[in-house]
Design a protein around this ligand. Structure first.
Ligand SMILES: [Zn+2]
Length: 320
């Protein structure tokens, strides 16, 4: 059953010689996240660090591994990847490496106290009713409180190498998303997943066309044609190229449905999230749904298939 994955949490599993996978629990969403340990000459490179909430300590996890962790690499600033970075750095004494753009956004979102208000205000502009936006603020504060990223990491940029692995920029799921590539192996973070597809959302203070970025990323991966891709959630992907094509086709279809939702009248991002994902979503899910609707709407604007109307207080979209 390819869609079912049995996870043994917090026990490093060798997925191929020199690469260990450490799977940690998540309270929501895909219910788990994968971190990886890459064997190097001076120790392991730990890629991503989990949520840092209630999982076993890094001391406990790494006690099962031979040799020290020499460095920690963060693929992107979402809480399930960066939240445990401070604890992992403390447990290992290893330096944390993170992309420049990614760290800038990490600090702006998780390092600030007013992000939940800023994002809620922005959702209201895109049609989210005030009571729902209020709920977002409350849940946002609960969430932000337990994200413990590592302050002042060593900044790395695409094109550089880290212990022999080439750093790639693969934006879309996050603006500053980085991945590692060596000898036909892609450590992909959340750029390529199976069976789920990575969430591609538009957020305030970020790049204007994340879905356009992401389609570029999928084509980059298809061209790179790695032998295998290890992602942040779900299954190992032995044939990354067809998976990249399939995810692109999924977004082509979703763009068509987004365009169809504008056929009769102007709609907000919130309206379109209902058309795409239904009306029965809890607040956190609605937030992802609105962000996802907006990334598709903005892509349609870029393609000349929709128009954005309104001002900085209320935005809606119409057919082109
Ligand atoms: Zn993730």
């Amino acid at each position: 059953m390819p869609n079912t994955i049995e996870h043994v949490f917090a026990t490093p599993v060798e997925v191929e010689p020199g690469i260990l996978r450490v799977t940690l629990p998540l309270p929501s969403g895909p219910k788990h996240v994968h971190c990886y340990l890459l064997r190097g000459t001076d120790g392991w490179t730990l890629v991503d660090t989990g949520l840092g909430l209630a999982e076993p300590s890094w001391e406990e996890i790494l006690g099962q591994v031979d040799g020290p962790v020499a460095r920690i690499f963060i693929t992107h600033m979402h809480p399930d990847h960066v939240g445990g970075a401070e604890a992992a750095a403390r447990a290992t004494g290893a330096p944390v490496y993170q992309g420049g753009l990614d760290y800038e956004q990490c600090e702006r979102v998780w390092g600030a106290t007013d992000w939940p208000e800023r994002i809620a205000e922005w959702f209201v502009v895109h049609g989210v009713p005030a009571p729902e936006a209020e709920e977002l603020i409350e849940s946002g504060h609960v969430f932000a409180d337990f994200v413990r990223f590592a302050w002042n990491p060593i900044i790395v940029e695409p094109g550089e190498e880290i212990d022999g692995w080439r750093i790639l920029a693969l934006p879309g799921h996050a603006d500053g998303h980085l991945a590692l590539h060596r000898d036909g192996v892609l450590i992909a973070g959340d750029t390529l997943l199976a069976p789920i597809t990575p969430a591609i959302g538009l957020y305030p203070e970020s790049r204007p066309d994340p879905l356009g970025d992401y389609v570029g990323t999928l084509r980059t991966i298809a061209e790179l044609a790695p032998r295998v891709s290890y992602g942040g959630h779900g299954a190992t992907i032995a044939e990354p190229r067809p998976r990249a094509h399939a995810i692109e086709a999924h977004h082509v279809e979703r763009l068509d449905r987004t365009e169809a939702a504008l056929a009769t009248k102007a709609r907000t991002g919130y309206d379109v999230s209902h058309a795409l994902f239904g009306s029965e979503l809890p607040p956190i899910q609605r937030r992802f749904a609105v962000a996802e609707a907006l990334s598709h709407l903005e892509r349609l604007v870029v393609l000349g298939r929709a128009r954005r109307t309104g001002d900085d207080r209320a935005v809606a979209y119409t057919a082109a």
